[in-house]
Design a protein around this ligand. Structure first.
Ligand SMILES: [Zn+2]
Length: 119
């Protein structure tokens, strides 16, 4: 018979061989640990996406403007993280836009076109 150890405390499990934990306490501690890790990853990504959106939104001051040009370096100095975006869309112009919710960017060499989604 194969010996099993509790996934949480590593103690030998007695009794049924299909058990993964020695008791309910170990089961819930193990699950809380897993969820805590997942939640902190989600929070990190959420935070980055919202910060990106705030940076992009900051380039617009008129309600009638839908695109502005900014330099690549400027956006990075403000803390924009290029690897975080919510979705990708093709604009009417055929350009690929990386959105953070309702604001997006189109990379153009050393400049970036910042796009506000039309409602
Ligand atoms: Zn245990």
């Amino acid at each position: 018979m194969k010996e099993r150890n509790c996934l949480y405390c590593q103690e030998k499990i007695l009794g049924r061989t299909d058990k993964k934990f020695c008791d309910d306490h170990c089961r819930s501690s193990y699950n809380n640990q897993l969820n805590g890790f997942t939640n902190s990853k989600i929070r990190t990504v959420d935070h980055a996406l919202k910060k990106n959106r705030r940076i992009l939104m900051g380039f617009f001051n008129s309600k009638n403007e839908y695109t502005v040009l900014v330099i690549d370096r400027k956006i990075q100095e403000m803390g924009f993280l290029f690897q975080f975006h919510t979705h990708i869309d093709i604009l009417e112009s055929g350009e690929t836009c990386f959105y953070c919710y309702d604001y997006g960017i189109v990379p153009l060499g050393n400049k970036i076109k910042v796009v506000k989604a039309k409602v």
